[in-house]
Every structure is written in structure tokens, then in C-alpha cells.
Write a protein that binds this ligand. Structure first.
Ligand SMILES: [Zn+2]
Length: 293
């Protein structure tokens, strides 16, 4: 197998790229093409090489045949029990469109090899709300909620998304606590090992933590401890956050909807999916070689 050059996403603002990976079982795919569709192995091979999974198949958290997810070192296909040499991995990166990601996106796409469909780039329109929930999902998967540190980590991810131009790695270096500030009305300031956030920013960080950790019975966990939705809203109301953002609804779920519009942003957004097909193409070739014999 050739040495594979990894794509470099370091030029993108943090939080603007979401990674997905899924395994596909080639034994299942060959089975579908030869037994169900009745193709000869050679024609199946050329069809499969061209096969391009849908965005949904590549990014779904619940995979269906011939896709599956596994963290095991030597997984078996959950559908046909095929061993690892029959599996190929698709890596997909979703880049959020926007001013700050445009230049690095164009530069990245230029570097992709054009030969043999090794990569595909797909453009999809979505809305900011959906993109925000995808981001939350990814955040939840990357955090360890049993470690106290996740509260700092989630605040940092939120700030990276919110203010991509700031070097948050530097700001969070040696940080021990995050507090709302009584002195500043916007932005943030670092004081010793503590980070002070303006109250609106702090409240939005709490909302993100609530959304990441909420469970139906117990509410969510935040820098302010465990909060139910009603308690979180009460806090935002007292801090003047609802008035500032023109939220006049009284029903808590309606208020949550408006809060999501505020934090996620409203309107359309473009997502660019970069699909790495290299392992798939390599594996299809080697599997076909053994299949045809
Ligand atoms: Zn299979």
C-alpha cells in the first residue's frame, strides 16, 4: 500500500471542520452487486470503484449495511462477519462555509490529487441550526463528561467557534477556572489562572454546556453546577440576556428555540464535504483480485 499523505486542516479556524469516519464492508458490497443485482465480478468491480456513498451514509452516527462503525482493532463485519481485509474506511471532513474558512478551503482543494477519483468534494446547503447541532454532537463525542476538565474544554471549544481569530490555546494555557466578570460587558480577560468572561458570553457557554450534557430528568451540567432548563432560563433572564436579545416568549421551550437562534445563528450555510476515497479504492482493488480468483 502506498504511503498516504494526510490532509492538513491546521489552517482552518477551530470548530469549522467536523470529522467523520465510517467503515464499509466490501464483501457486503460485492455480494449486493453480484448476488442481488446479478452482475459478473468484473462489472461489479468497475461499478464499485465508481461507487460514491451519500453524505448521509458517510456522516450518519447510525450506520446501515454495508456501513458500520467499530473501535475494535480487528472488527468483523456485523452483517456478514467478513474480516478486516474486506473493510475500507472512508474519512470525511465537513468544512463550514464562511469568510474565515474560504481561503484555506480553496488552498486545500487545490492540493488534492485530481487523478482517479481519490477525493471527492461535495457542496451541500444546510442551515446554521443544523450545523450547530452537528458541531455539538462532535463536541460531545470528543469530551469526557466524567472528567471535571470537560467544563473548561467545552468553554474553549465554544469560544473557538465564537471568536476564531483569537489564539485560545494561548489564552487557556495553565487556566484553572472560568468566571463571569462583573467588570466587563463584552469579551473576556485573563487574570492569573482565571479567565473572566463578560456575562453574555459566560451565559452562552453555560447554554452550550447544558446542551452537551442535558438528560431529561436531571438537566445539564455547567460551570454553575447542575441546571434544569427552567433554572438556566431564570439565570439568563436575571442577567438581562433575554431582554438584550429581544426574547419575550414565556414558554421555556419557545425561549430555548429563540436562544438557539441567537447562539447558532439563523439562515443558510454551505458545507463542503471532502471525502477521502483512497483506502476504499486500494481495498476494492485488492479484494477484487482475491474475489476473481
Ligand atoms: Zn459484510
Amino acid at each position: 500500500m502506498s504511503t498516504r499523505r494526510e490532509l492538513d486542516f491546521s489552517a482552518f479556524p477551530p470548530g469549522s471542520v467536523t470529522e467523520y469516519a465510517t467503515l464499509v464492508c466490501l464483501a457486503c458490497i460485492f455480494d449486493i452487486f453480484t448476488k442481488q443485482l446479478g452482475l459478473a465480478p468484473r462489472s461489479a468491480y468497475s461499478e464499485i470503484k465508481r461507487y460514491s456513498p451519500s453524505i448521509k451514509e458517510l456522516t450518519s452516527r447510525q450506520a446501515v449495511r454495508p456501513f458500520f462503525d467499530s473501535d475494535e482493532k480487528h472488527p468483523r463485519c456485523p452483517y456478514c462477519d467478513a474480516a478486516k481485509r474486506w473493510h475500507a474506511r472512508f474519512d470525511t471532513q465537513a468544512i463550514e462555509g464562511g469568510k474565515s474558512s474560504e481561503a484555506p478551503r480553496r488552498a486545500l482543494i487545490k492540493t488534492l490529487p485530481k487523478k482517479g477519483d481519490q477525493f471527492s468534494v461535495l457542496e451541500v446547503k444546510t442551515d446554521r441550526r443544523a450545523a450547530f447541532f452537528d458541531w455539538l454532537d462532535t463536541l460531545r463525542l470528543n469530551l469526557d463528561l466524567t472528567e471535571e476538565h470537560w467544563l473548561l474544554d467545552s468553554t474553549r471549544s465554544f469560544l473557538e467557534r465564537r471568536e476564531p481569530k483569537t489564539n485560545w490555546t494561548e489564552v487557556f494555557e495553565g487556566l484553572r477556572a472560568i468566571r463571569p466578570s462583573a467588570r466587563i460587558s463584552e469579551g473576556w480577560e485573563r487574570d492569573g489562572s482565571r479567565l473572566f468572561l463578560a456575562p453574555p458570553l459566560y451565559n452562552e457557554a453555560l447554554l452550550v454546556q447544558y446542551l452537551v450534557s442535558r438528560s431529561h430528568e436531571h438537566g445539564g451540567r455547567t460551570l454553575e453546577g447542575r441546571l434544569t432548563l427552567a433554572e438556566l432560563i431564570g439565570r439568563l433572564r436575571r442577567g438581562g440576556y433575554l431582554t438584550t436579545h429581544g426574547i419575550t416568549a414565556t414558554d421555556q421551550f419557545e425561549i430555548l428555540e429563540k436562544l438557539l437562534d441567537t447562539v447558532a445563528g439563523a439562515g443558510q450555510l454551505k458545507l463542503y464535504f471532502v471525502v477521502d476515497r483512497r483506502e476504499f479504492l486500494d481495498k476494492v482493488k485488492s479484494v477484487y483480485a482475491s474475489y476473481a480468483n
